[in-house]
Design a protein. Sequence first.
Length: 196
Amino acid sequence: MNRLLVFLFCLIFSINLTSAKDNLNSVSYNGNKYYLKYSEKSKEHNGYYNQYFKQNEDFDSWTEMIAVQHFPNVYSPIDLAHTFREYLEEYNCPSSLLIDEKDNVGVLDFILIDSKTENAPLKLEFNVFKYIKSPYCGSVSMQYAKKYSIDDIKNLESVKKDFEKYRLKAIDKIMLITIPEVVNKDIGEIKLNDLP
């Protein structure tokens, strides 16, 4: 009987470990699943930075992306959000910042324009960052990014309407989401052609 109990305990424990591992390797957001394809310890912040992409996308081909980062030595998520906004202002990048003093949360959103392309298509990148207190030490952030491609002036109007509609929904969703646990291991960059 004791052997059976030990066996059942080991089986349940291994199922829980597999389930926990799967939860760290993927993130669900807005009805989509994103897979961990990059993780590295930041030299600047001394915490890990994880990037998640849709199954058939990677660092070079992504249309939507999730990132989670740990800032173990930054104890105010709101200060972290303000600091990043100041950085964006240095480059004349307009942004919006929502602060929840009670829960110590900062949400920052902005659009980047790909300055590498001078001709069509023009690439825009919409970003929303949520900064919260880490359950361990410091702060953590979650980033959601979506790319837009603009081929001509007609396309610009549809992108603008989509963005205006999508922006508020994205902010609402990121306000409600629980930030996934940071994966503390180096994974390097996994490209689509590296996958089995």
